[in-house]
Design a protein around this ligand. Sequence first.
Ligand code: PXL
Length: 266
Amino acid sequence: MEYKRVLTVQDLSCLGQCSGSIALTTLAAFGYETCLLPTALLSAHTAFRGPYVCQLTDSIGPIAGHWKREGIRFDAILTGYLGAAEDIAPVLGLIDDLLAPGGVCVVDPAMADSGKFYSGLNEAYGDAMRGLCARADVLLPNRTEASFLTGLPESAPAAALLEALPQKNAILTGSISTPEETGFTVKEGETIREYRQRKVPGRYFGTGDLFAAVLTGKLLRGASLRDAACMAGEFTSEAVKLTYETDKRSYGLKYEPLLHRLGGSL
Ligand code: PXL
């Protein structure tokens, strides 16, 4: 098996499964060397009240600079929630410096949902994020993020939102949401296709983060965007089903008991 190296750039929320902790464990479960560059350290994610937040903006450049001097290159870079508009420039710089030739850059704008920015983020962050999205080989916005990025209403047809995005490859997560079904829509070049799944009742934290991590892992295995998306959708849906059994849904997804399945997916 070829040993691949992946970098994820997002916050580390110590409590509550999301972002960096999901990406680190999920990509490692595939068997990849997985590095996390934390853009912020939080006591817990922002669905908890009043988390302690330590923004690490000033550390991003020096950490990436050290790796560059060491000659480190990554086969894939996955970016997610960063936390500050000022993070975007150093993150763009590290992608230029550290992504191996032919490597894949997956960007989850991870800034908003249900019509509003996540706590602590604002329009200035959204504007800066547009610059990072422009660098993505694969972009993973939800409906709110696609609306903020394109200026179209969140309720616009999924195909219209995807067509308005300049990226060649993008997946609109949560593009379908009815009482019975949930789903996502994949734009792969000229082709746009939607995928539906049976909905599990309730709202769940971290689904986009898990989807992004599994998708990146599968892409690195050589899967097509649509196959990687279907596998990421199925895995996330299994984690949601498992979480449904618990009464602590706002903590995040109970995905850990499923991770062993990823190692076999060569
Ligand atoms: O799941 C996205 C996410 C990641 N990291 C932090 C968050 C959120 C969503 O609110 O608060 C810290």
